[in-house]
Ligand binder design. Structure first.
Ligand code: FEO
Ligand code: CA
Ligand code: CA
Ligand code: CA
Length: 735
């Protein structure tokens, strides 16, 4: 982590609602709820899997638990390499700037490259596999040819400039030159690239007609309740039905009908607001919303793209009210409302316009993970809002799952059916191990009558979901990142990456006392730097009540707490992690449908004095397999704060093991596999991000030179890249 502003660590939730409800709901019988749901959910899920309705027909192959995690744990490392266990091979296949058309020149990696609309974007993040058969038709069983659809979240930058993209490091002052802005805009968004195995080796297909990019300028449709709403009227779309681009795409998802979902995360920071914009808005409720979503007036934008020129594609980054219209049709005062969604993309067909699914709410989205589909029942999609003190959400479709939709004629039309109408819920975690899904509905009097913001409609609730969640008293969490659903039992796992704002004695409205679901406050030293709060994060686990996907209650516990292995086991290392499995700041979390392994990836700045970021393999247990633990804190007035939490059974050497450590200054993110489980694709994001812009001319000062130091590509500038991992004996990954 550099000492710049961290655009991934936003905190704009200063709402007054407590971090957990102090008025306890009627205590449900924890054991009774568990017993009731094992039968109903378990049976229903087996039915769902029996008709191959899961993941667009992807098959859950039974790999005996005893044969999983048979590899030797990888040691923590500060080396500028990717390390995998003995018997495995990791190869780079797709890095920033790699060409996506036959006529695009090879990447020179010296800051002179252009035409990024036809190249891999930067900061590859979430990623999903879309199989192709030999004739190029979509296939759920093909194992040697497919498409990787992935997010290009952001770029390594300092003082506005994406310095590795520009020959001399670029321009740190305003105005930013158009040629620099154009490149930076084009490296954001998503890419779809064909990959193919030839003579045992995986590579991208540069000339594939399937390859495409969406950038911050691509035309995208608004779908769902907010389509056509006054809140989305802009100069670009005066009827509020379209917008340009998808931005800061982080986690991903794959629908049961085989389309790609991409989550828009830290988009707010890309927009500029003038220092007098609140007055221009007459301090109306739009100002409340802008602030709640992280844009105070006078806020500088991350890159200064609004200064690139007088063309509309630059002006749209200025979010100030500059026009004279009453509805915003002559400026971009409402532009922020067009970002922050789950966007559905047909990875197989670049001619189909992507759609922002507004019914799933607007916030800093990470992944979108479907519950195991059950024929005749609604679909559930689990999602987190990654900023300090934000919430966990669930969307439940109005339409019931029809297994024939797993092979759609048109993926986007199937998306219209399941993702544009439904109920949006937010989670509240009680201190007895139960929790509630609270519906965010305009027909809820608590929301309709909320004094903090006058909601006008369900569209307003979806667009300002954070404020509706404030109104109903959702639980403020330690930065919800990815979510994954265990295909074996339907349980839901959320990574909570860290939170520097936990305090036993909160000193401001942005600080929170530890609570049951976010129970730790401690100090972790990084060299001589003191890190306080919950610096290492944890992984929360939930089990739906008897109604399955439509349940409004659940039980929960903590699967594991991140910690260094030598930390105090009574207060910090509550999961007794050993040297072979200790981790910090969990972020990516994906269950393999082919082995059942839960893969955990880290995006850490706390334990990076000891190790680079990593990926671990886990065979998790189930909610309730551990026990209650009470943590006691002494407050400044010498009173005691007691926090009851629920700690899952501690992992053993055979159930949690470090599988990979990445190069310097990277995070590990995104994971998908070929459907035989024998090729795993993951992303190494932002190696060398600690490099200073002033050192651009001196490669010896780059904190990483990966992947060129691994023999991939020209130049010495570090590049985000996709790697493929295979097992030398041809077996499944993680066995
Ligand atoms: Fe893009 Fe929350 O990580
Ligand atoms: Ca430490
Ligand atoms: Ca993430
Ligand atoms: Ca992260």
């Amino acid at each position: 982590m550099t000492d710049q502003i961290d655009f991934n660590d936003e905190n704009s939730n200063t709402s007054a609602n407590p971090s957990f409800d102090s008025v306890l709901q009627a205590r449900l019988s924890r054991r009774g709820l568990l017993r009731g749901s094992v039968g109903s959910v378990g049976t229903a899920m087996l039915g769902g899997l029996g008709v191959a309705a899961c993941g667009g027909g992807d098959v859950v192959a039974a790999v005996p638990a005893a044969t999983l995690l048979g590899f030797s744990a990888v040691a923590k490392s500060l080396a500028d390499v990717v390390t995998v266990p003995a018997g495995y091979t990791a190869s780079v296949i797709y890095a920033l700037g790699d060409p996506l058309t036959a006529s695009t020149p090879a990447y020179k990696n010296d800051g002179t490259d252009t035409d990024f609309e036809n190249r891999a974007g930067d900061h590859h993040d979430g990623m999903e596999w879309f199989g192709l058969d030999a004739s190029g038709k979509p296939s759920t069983s093909a194992t040697e040819r497919g498409l990787l659809a992935m997010n290009h979240e952001a770029t390594t930058d300092e003082t506005r400039s994406s310095f590795f993209l520009h020959a001399n490091g670029g321009t740190a002052t305003l105005p930013r030159p158009a040629v620099e802005v154009d490149k930076e805009i084009a490296i954001h968004g998503i890419s779809v690239v064909e990959v193919k195995k030839t003579s045992g080796k995986w590579a991208t297909v540069q000339s594939s007609a399937f390859n495409f990019r969406l950038t911050c300028l691509s035309d995208i449709e608004i779908a769902g309740p907010a389509r056509g709403n006054a809140l989305l009227v802009t100069k670009y779309s005066t009827n509020g039905t379209r917008t340009r681009g998808t931005l800061n795409n982080c986690g991903t998802g794959k629908t049961p009908w085989g389309s790609f979902l991409t989550g828009e995360e830290n988009w707010a920071g890309y927009f500029f607001r003038s220092a007098t914009d609140d007055t221009a808005h007459n301090n109306d409720k739009s100002v409340t919303a802008l602030k709640r979503y992280g844009r105070n007036q006078g806020a500088a934008s991350r890159h200064g793209w609004e200064t690139g020129g007088s063309a509309d594609k630059y002006l749209r980054w200025n979010n100030s009210k500059t026009g004279i219209s009453s509805d915003g049709s002559d400026d971009y005062r409402n532009e922020l409302n067009t970002m922050g969604y789950i966007v559905e993309v047909d990875a197989y067909d670049k001619t189909r316009t992507a759609k922002k699914r507004t019914a799933m709410g607007r916030y800093a989205h990470e992944s979108a993970s479907f519950g195991v589909p059950v024929v005749g029942k609604p679909l559930a999609v689990y999602m987190g809002d990654d900023a300090r003190n934000e919430y966990i959400y669930k969307f439940v479709s109005t339409a019931n799952w029809d297994a024939t939709d797993a092979s759609p004629i048109s993926a986007m039309a199937t998306g219209d059916k399941y993702l544009d109408s439904g109920k949006l819920y937010v989670a509240r975690y009680n201190n007895d191990g139960t929790g509630l899904w609270l519906e965010l509905s305009i027909s809820n009097a608590t929301i309709a009558g909320y004094t903090g913001y006058a909601f006008a409609s369900q569209a307003d609730v979806c667009v300002n979901a954070r404020i509706a969640a404030d109104a109903v008293g959702a639980t403020k969490m330690d930065r919800p990142e990815w979510c994954g659903v265990n295909p074996a039992n339907g349980e839901i796992y959320f990574t909570l990456t860290n939170n520097s704002n936990r305090r036993v004695d909160p000193a401001s409205s942005s600080q929170l006392a530890p609570d049951s679901a976010n129970p730790r406050f401690y100090t972790d030293m990084k060299g001589t730097t003191t890190q306080s709060g919950n610096p290492n994060g944890h992984i929360l686990r939930m089990k739906e009540g008897a109604a399955g996907s439509a349940a409004t209650s659940f039980t929960w516990d903590v699967y594991a707490f991140g910690a260094q292995s030598d930390a105090d086991a009574t207060k910090v290392n509550l999961s007794n992690l050993t040297v072979d499995q200790d981790f910090s700041s969990p972020d990516g979390l994906v269950f393999s449908p082919y082995t059942g392994i839960m893969w955990i990836q880290t995006d850490d700045g706390a334990y990076t004095d000891v190790t680079n970021c990593m990926m671990l393999a886990a065979q998790p247990g189930q909610v309730g397999d551990g026990g209650k633990k009470t943590l006691s804190y002494t407050k400044a007035d010498n009173s005691t704060l007691s926090v009851d939490t629920y700690v899952g059974k501690a992992p053993t050497a055979n159930t949690l093991k470090r599988f990979l450590v990445g190069p310097k200054d990277c995070e590990i993110t995104g994971l998908c596999e070929s459907p035989d489980g024998k090729a795993m694709f993951i992303n190494i994001q932002h190696p060398g991000e600690g490099t200073r812009m002033a050192d651009i001319a001196d490669p010896t000062k780059y904190t990483s030179q990966w992947p060129s130091n691994a023999g991939y590509g020209a130049g010495q500038r570090p590049r985000t890249a996709t790697i493929v991992i295979t097992k030398n004996d041809g077996g499944k990954i993680g066995t």
